[in-house]
Design a protein around this ligand. Structure first.
Ligand code: IPD
Length: 277
């Protein structure tokens, strides 16, 4: 069954055992792939299997808690964050990578109470790295403390982003023009690795200086937000205002200066809201 461990008196679920093993094994096997909101928004039987496993284990331990989970949402469940204790679950982040056997896939579990993110765990399934963060208690990768980069200058920055599921010509034009704006500002590079949560973990580790995206979801952001903040970083809305977990957009950076500069450079791509779907 799932492995559980106690960190600072709160039980953390560890996706590193059963879910991790299932995903690692399935990565190299044939998969049955279906599409969701677009031809690039994929799901497999393993996404459903792992989500069911995580939720049933959590429900056994916390029967009164609520859940927001990627595949349940795709099946029509409402994504509303109430003050009740709520688990926010992405069973496989990087499903497109998973389908192609590209070994950058993660399980992400965040936990919020009173609409405040309390802790998050993200498990890099192939490299067996477990990222954890708890509000006020730091962020760690396999037990080693994480610290963001202190870079404030775009012309010295490595920036991460993800494409998002919409591929219509107008969206693609905006996506490419945002990338072009950062390259014109002389960013050292802009990378797309295919997993929002793992890109955000690289930011938390100081391996990149900024991250931005339009079209990600609350289950891509919940756990990573705690981990980045606890590593000393900033997570904000692309308008420069406070993060709105349901707004399907984000800018994150090691410093407020960097996050603000990136936010100012971007044009908005409208993906609606998770809590209005
Ligand atoms: C997606 C991936 C992708 C990003 C999307 C995410 P999923 O998550 O992280 O890289 O562009 O916005 O929703 O669907 O693989 O869990």
């Amino acid at each position: 069954s799932l492995c559980w461990f106690t960190a600072h008196t709160v039980p953390f679920p560890s996706p590193s055992q059963e879910p991790g093993e299932i995903i690692r094994k399935a990565l190299s096997e044939e998969k049955r792939v279906s599409t969701k909101t677009s031809a690039a928004d994929l799901v497999t039987e393993t996404d459903h299997l792992v989500e069911g496993l995580i939720i049933s284990e959590l429900q056994k331990r916390f029967p009164s808690h609520r859940f927001i989970a990627e595949e349940a949402a795709a099946a029509g469940a409402k994504c509303v964050l109430t003050p009740s204790p709520t688990w926010i679950v992405d069973p496989i982040d990087g499903t497109c990578n998973f389908v192609h056997r590209f070994p950058t896939v993660a399980v992400s579990i965040g936990f919020a109470v009173n609409q405040e993110l309390e802790f998050g765990v993200i498990y890099h399934c192939t490299e067996e790295r477990l990222y954890t963060g708890r509000r006020g208690q730091g962020a760690f990768c396999n037990g080693q403390r994480l610290r963001v980069s202190g870079e404030t200058d775009i012309s010295k920055a490595l920036v991460l982003t993800e494409i998002g599921p919409k591929r219509d010509p107008a969206t693609l034009k905006l996506f490419l023009s945002n990338m072009e704006r950062l390259l014109h500002a002389k960013a050292h590079g802009v990378r797309v690795i295919g997993s929002s949560t793992l890109a955000l973990c690289h930011l938390a580790s100081g391996a990149a200086d900024a991250y931005y995206q339009f079209g990600l979801h609350c289950w891509d952001l919940a756990a990573a937000t705690v981990i980045i903040r606890e590593a000393g970083g900033i997570v904000m809305d692309t308008s420069g205002g406070p993060l709105d977990l349901m707004s399907c957009r984000v800018v994150a950076a090691g410093t407020r200066e960097m996050a603000t500069l990136i936010a100012q450079a971007l044009q908005t791509i409208n993906y609606g809201r998770d809590d209005e779907k």
